[in-house]
Design a protein. Structure first.
Length: 256
């Protein structure tokens, strides 16, 4: 029940939900408080124009993603831990496991496994995500007996806690952590007190070096087509802000 209530209110923290809420309230203020109504409309416009701007979205995404960069020379590890996301189960009418952008995690984990960097892949997440991720890993050639699954978590904090138990039980000392670059800083913070060594192996970058170079070059041909907000930029900005809020929350929580 709490998850349902939380999901309901979370809608209004997202940029589009926040703007819709403000505009809905504005309808009841137009006659009695026109100045307040105008302020709400202006806030809505600024929210969409700024948070939905492709340049702003690229800038703020880079600020979080580039904190950890992939290595070209990972040391041998005892296990690869993947925080499962981005795979969709083969529910009708799907004929097989289908992929979203975050499925890069599974692709990268399989690549690291085939490079013989670790003999085991630990898949951690919710039941549906871990099941479809395991199936996809097997399609990529990872043997079933080399995959350990933890499917009881509903958020990153429980992901880390339950994965900790598996890693400790099996006496693994060095673990390659595979997740999206956007979430790596928060994940690494949650692992900071672990008794084993965690090496970040980020993937699923939204901002590349070419994207950043294009942003920092003043060229009207590149600026004009990207002045208006886009839904993709809105989503991307929200995801980054969510990471900042989540990281701040865990930092405060660690003080008590």
């Amino acid at each position: 029940m709490l998850n349902i209530i939380g999901s309901f209110f979370l809608q209004f923290l997202k940029p589009l939900g926040f703007v819709v809420l403000l505009l809905f309230i504005t309808l009841f203020l137009i006659k009695k408080k026109p100045k307040t109504a105008i302020c709400f409309v202006l806030i809505s416009l600024v929210t969409i124009l700024v948070l939905g701007n492709p340049f702003f979205a690229t800038f703020i995404t880079r600020s979080m993603e580039w904190r950890y960069m992939p290595s070209q020379n990972y040391a041998q590890a005892d296990a690869i831990l993947i925080l499962a996301e981005g795979t969709l189960p083969a529910n009708t009418p799907r004929q097989r496991v289908e992929l979203e952008g975050q499925a890069d995690r599974a692709l990268y984990a399989a690549q690291l496994y085939h490079e013989d960097l670790a003999p085991v892949v630990i898949v951690s997440g919710s039941s549906s995500r871990t099941s479809s991720t395991k199936t996809f890993l097997m399609e990529l050639g990872v043997p079933e007996d080399a995959i350990l699954v933890q499917s009881g978590s509903s958020n990153m904090r429980s992901d880390v806690s339950m994965a900790n138990q598996i890693i400790t039980t099996n006496n693994y000392e060095n673990v390659l952590l595979v997740t999206s670059a956007l979430q790596m800083d928060r994940a690494m913070f949650l692992f900071k007190d672990s008794d084993f060594n965690v090496v970040p192996a980020p993937t699923d970058y939204k901002v590349t070096l070419r994207d950043w170079e294009a942003l920092t070059v003043v060229d009207w041909k590149g600026i004009l087509p990207n002045l208006m907000p886009t839904t993709a930029s809105l989503d991307q900005t929200f995801n980054v802000l969510w990471e900042y809020v989540g990281l701040a929350f865990y930092r405060v929580l660690s003080l008590f």
